[in-house]
Design a protein around this ligand. Structure first.
Ligand SMILES: NC(=O)c1ccc[n+]([C@@H]2O[C@H](COP(=O)([O-])OP(=O)(O)OC[C@H]3O[C@@H](n4cnc5c(N)ncnc54)[C@H](OP(=O)(O)O)[C@@H]3O)[C@@H](O)[C@H]2O)c1
Length: 260
């Protein structure tokens, strides 16, 4: 299959580790010039060096917090200034805090909105002028958009709105040659998931290993996802091969979500 990604330019946010890093690495392996951002200067520079070493591609590290509107606009501008354009935007951010309705405070709602929904709308607003003609927008969401996850009320609530946003933009941006899709990961072996398993283990009075074992037992394929397995779905949606796919949610979860 011809992916047609060689020489394209991408910005992947929240990409010093985990799913964002895997997406950036997989795109770079296909010859994409990559800008990546995260809040920690040391982590994002380390990530960029790693991708450069593994792929030989040019990688631009940007220190930016996607909850801050000025950082979002600067990330897009620095990418365009450095590489001379932007074709692919992968919107990722830190996950919203875990908790139930009664345990979550107003400030955490705002934090979650800034981190997930508003980081996405702001990134898209800044990137839009550069994506016109040939563009790909891919948002990393969660299976919570199809099936609420116990204890993740903010993800369950806000990410559904992001899917509404993506579907609407797929209509509004189609005349510009821009596709808009989201990938919905199930349970991937990252620091974020480890943190959630630690929380579950504490609540249930079991070990971390037991919490992980129980999580794996709920997945039909019998194991957590490897970050590169989500990244491959992102590469496909970013590619020329996915030119007729827009407004979709691609669930990547080892069979965990039962809705049809
Ligand atoms: N892992 C899963 O199974 C799973 C499943 C469903 C959904 N998700 C969602 O997918 C996203 C990524 O998850 P992950 O598992 O890859 O998490 P992770 O391993 O904890 O990595 C999070 C990344 O985001 C960066 N980051 C966090 N807050 C940021 C901010 N405000 N601005 C810029 N960068 C920021 C972090 O770097 P710095 O600390 O340097 O900023 C790090 O690179 C999250 O929204 C998560 O909820 C994950």
């Amino acid at each position: 299959m011809h992916l047609g990604l060689d020489g394209k330019i991408a910005l992947v946010t929240a990409a010093s580790k985990g799913l964002g890093f895997a997406a950036a690495l997989a795109l770079a392996r296909e010859g994409v010039q990559i800008a990546i951002c995260s809040r920690s200067e040391q982590n994002i520079h380390n990530a960029a060096s790693q991708i450069r070493e593994l792929t030989g591609e040019s990688v631009l590290p940007i220190v930016a917090d996607v909850t801050r509107p000025e950082d979002v606009a600067r990330s897009v501008q620095e990418t365009v200034d450095h590489f001379g354009g932007l074709h692919i935007l992968v919107c990722n951010s830190g996950g919203p805090p875990a908790g139930t309705f009664e345990s979550l405070e107003e400030a955490q709602w705002q934090q979650a909105l800034d981190s997930t929904l508003f980081s996405t709308t702001r990134l898209i607003r800044s990137a839009l002028p550069h994506l016109r003609g040939w563009g790909r927008i891919i948002v990393i969401t969660s299976t919570s958009v199809k099936q609420p996850i116990p204890g993740l009320l903010l993800s369950n609530t806000i990410r559904a709105g992001i899917v509404g946003l993506c579907k609407t933009l797929s209509q509004e941006f189609a005349p510009y040659g821009i596709t808009v899709n989201n990938v919905a990961p199930g349970s991937f072996d990252t620091d974020r998931l480890r943190m959630l398993h630690e929380r579950q283990a504490r609540a249930a009075g079991i070990s971390l290993e037991e919490a992980r074992r129980q999580a794996e037992a709920r997945i039909p394929l019998g194991r957590l996802g490897r970050p590169e397995e989500l990244a491959h779905a992102i590469v496909f949606l970013a590619s020329e091969a996915a030119s007729y796919i827009t407004g979709q949610t691609l669930i990547v979860d080892g069979g965990q979500t039962l809705g049809i």
